[in-house]
Design a protein around this ligand. Structure first.
Ligand code: KIV
Length: 305
């Protein structure tokens, strides 16, 4: 599978192929989503809510973003990687914004950054792009402006507000964005903006006619039974799966049913086996064994004794 780049995404829009994008915050999820051939992985500042447990994305820092970006970059090979500019990282001065965007690329291993805001951010965006970092815009419901918006409310309803968002989208394209997230806006406006710009639009609660769709991975997996907004479809119920697994583990440990001999090491090392035939030729990349019949693994790393 070929690496997805900003050019791939533009070609997908031109060919009418829908772009898939999901958030990822660590290497394990990144690896799974990459293997599932998701086109774009976003290390979103939504991690402030779903990973860190805050009520908003506002407390997320640059250092934390760099940490999570680097973890995701280690897990993904093919997907296009986008790191979110957290609250305050692009608002002080364009110089500061360029420096922070470069950190997400140089230290975090990202290939682009995402920045919330419309036409007001044109200068900052142009400066970041000129410094060699592709920028994905983000308009509509911009969670970093939660207090200005008076809550997480649908944006762009009514002619004036819709016209302003359309103007923002055009300004972002002109400033040099290679793509734009459209969040929580009427489906008709999502379609209109998508037709009006040459760069791919990626919707989240912006209707079916955007060039692509993005969801927060924890929402898609049903990790929080109390969070079911209209724009989310839950493709799994991991809250239940994880809860049930934890309860089974708890019960087995309490009853002495885990660990059994099967999951225990013995003090006698098994007698040396005759030198095997060249296993690697039959089973490439076999995990290391220490003489027991089965390969041993600790946290996905072959165990050594
Ligand atoms: O932070 C995030 O995860 C996002 C997406 C929901 C678009 O901004």
């Amino acid at each position: 599978m070929k690496k997805v780049t900003i050019h791939t995404l533009r070609k997908m829009k031109q060919a009418g192929e829908r772009i898939t994008m999901l958030t990822a915050y660590d290497a394990s999820f990144a690896r799974l989503l990459d293997q599932a051939q998701i086109d774009v992985l976003l290390v979103g500042d939504s991690l402030g809510m779903v990973v860190q447990g805050h009520d908003t994305t506002l407390p997320v820092t640059m250092d934390q973003m760099v940490y999570h970006c680097a973890a995701v970059a280690r897990g993904a090979k093919h997907a296009h990687l986008v790191g979110d500019m957290p609250f305050g990282s692009s608002h002080a001065t364009p110089d500061e914004a360029v420096k922070n965007a470069m950190r997400l690329v140089a230290e975090g291993g990202m290939e682009a950054v995402k920045l919330e805001g419309g036409a007001d951010y044109s200068e900052v965006i142009t400066r970041i792009v000129r410094a060699g970092v592709p920028v994905m815009g983000h308009i509509g419901l911009t969670p970093q402006s939660v207090h200005k918006m008076g809550g997480y409310v649908v944006q762009g309803r009514g002619e004036d507000k819709a016209a302003r968002l359309l103007a923002d989208a055009r300004a972002l394209e002109k400033a040099g964005c290679y793509s734009i997230i459209l969040e929580a806006i009427p489906a008709e406006l999502g379609a209109q903006i998508t037709r009006s710009v040459g760069i791919p639009t990626i919707g989240i609660g912006a209707g079916p006619d955007c060039d692509g769709q993005v969801l927060v991975i924890y929402d898609l997996l049903g990790m929080n039974p109390e969070f079911s907004p209209k724009f989310v479809k839950k493709y799994a119920n991991l809250a239940q799966v994880i809860g049930e697994a934890a309860v089974r583990y708890r019960d087995e440990v309490r009853a002495g049913g885990f660990p059994t001999e099967e999951h225990s090491f013995s003090s006698d090392r098994p007698a040396a086996q005759p030198k095997p035939a060249p296993v690697a030729a039959v089973m490439p990349r076999a995990p290391a064994t220490n003489g027991d019949e089965r390969p041993l693994k600790l946290y996905s790393v072959p165990a050594r004794e």
